[in-house]
Design a protein around this ligand. Structure first.
Ligand SMILES: Cc1ncc(COP(=O)(O)O)c(C=O)c1O
Length: 376
């Protein structure tokens, strides 16, 4: 049974009194736990945390101490990690379509590992970073994933040998392949199919004298909560079995984002308004769609709202604090009756939440504190 960070009612109330809400509470112990959980099931895999999921420096530094590597998407992430003392050898620039400023920063800081999925990108990389180690991203379809990334990214498998050959001819170091099965994948099916596909391409490459040495199995691992429909242990053991069978001598990397940070943050939010509209109860919260709940829009995530209150159950609609009518979070959901100033707990708020929050309407981003620091 996996450990999941969830504040008690007492802790939530104490923190809500001590700090302003909305408040994000991060458990760095949970970050280390999730990292170790993944590493223990995939022991030979070099775990590159996908910084985009939550770039908070306390998460990055916790992982750096654990020995993690990092997946960076932009010049901004490379500069931020360099500023935190992370060596460039621990980063992969895993954006298949890179900006010129991204390439310039990669060159300046020495980030020489990157991914691509098109011919035009090969010439950009060869010009900006001659000799860089490159991985070709292969398209893998997965209708079961919560967020499908393969409509936008990934070269068709039939194109692989042609693209790898051009990359080699352009003087790049052809490291191998990568894929991303799509975010919050509920089972191992898509990984297993992708591993078979990549194994076939490794064999074809060998046939033309191209010895591929790295396989990056991307992100997509679901957040390690206890749910009926996802069996993390089984999923990871199936992936590990397939890796051992198909890629016993290959260096394996992964780029998990939400698996590492999803369960490590709780949001505490407060009711700031109540009203009846069209015979429906509405509650307005001090955090909304333009803040931590941006994951509803961008990540298609369904958050759990916990009130520790007991009493009459009703259905209600919850909205955020901005003056925008789009800023409605949950419609017609069951809840206990609430009052202005009641606080609510939202667990599993670590991934694709604060990372995509804005200050629209002048609302500041929620402050984030570290749970373990409050225990001193
Ligand atoms: C290239 C790449 N790697 C890794 C990730 C992290 O994915 P996840 O959070 O599903 O593990 C993403 C997410 O968009 C991505 O685009």
């Amino acid at each position: 049974m996996q450990k999941v960070f969830k504040l008690s009612q007492k802790a939530m109330n104490t923190l809500a009194e001590q700090y302003k809400t909305p408040l994000l509470v991060l458990s760095t112990e949970q970050i280390a736990y999730n990292y170790q959980l993944l590493q223990s099931h995939l022991p030979q895999v070099k775990i590159h945390y996908a910084v985009k999921a939550n770039p908070d420096e306390r998460i990055v530094l916790t992982l750096a101490k654990q020995g993690a590597y990092f997946d960076v998407a932009s010049d901004g992430e490379m500069m931020a990690l360099t500023g935190l003392g992370i060596a460039p050898e621990r980063m992969i620039y895993a954006n298949p379509v890179k900006t010129s400023s991204g390439l310039a920063v990669a060159d300046k800081h020495g980030v020489y590992k990157m991914t691509f999925d098109s011919e035009s990108e090969i010439y950009k990389m060869a010009k900006a970073l001659p000799g860089a180690t490159v991985l070709l991203r292969i398209r893998v379809d997965n209708p079961d994933a919560l967020v499908d990334l393969n409509k936008k990214f990934g070269a068709p498998a039939e194109e692989a040998i042609r693209l790898l050959t051009i990359a080699r001819a352009q003087g790049l170091t052809v490291g191998g392949l990568c894929f991303h099965v799509g975010s919050q994948s509920p089972n191992a099916k898509a990984y297993l199919a992708a591993l078979e596909l990549c194994h076939g391409i490794f064999e074809q490459a060998k046939g033309i004298g191209l010895e591929l040495s790295i396989l990056d199995i991307g992100g997509g691992f679901p957040i390690p909560t206890v749910t009926d429909d996802i069996d993390i242990e089984l999923m990871l053991s199936q992936i590990q079995e397939s890796l051992e069978r198909l890629f016993p001598h290959t260096e394996i990397w992964a780029e998990p984002g939400r698996f590492i940070c999803g369960t490590a943050v709780n949001l505490i939010t407060r009711v700031i308004g109540t009203q009846e509209r069209n015979e429906q109860q509405w509650y307005f919260l001090d955090e909304g769609l333009y803040g931590t709940f941006s994951g509803i829009l961008f990540d298609h995530w369904e958050y759990e709202l916990i009130s520790f209150k007991t009493g009459k159950q009703i259905t209600a609609t919850f909205a955020g604090p901005s003056c925008d009518s789009l800023d409605v979070l949950f419609r017609d959901i069951p809840t206990v009756m609430l009052d202005v100033d009641d606080v609510l707990l939202v667990p599993n708020c670590g991934a694709y939440t604060s990372a995509s929050a804005t200050v629209f309407n002048g609302f500041a981003k929620a402050q984030l504190i570290v749970w373990e620091d409050t225990l001193d």
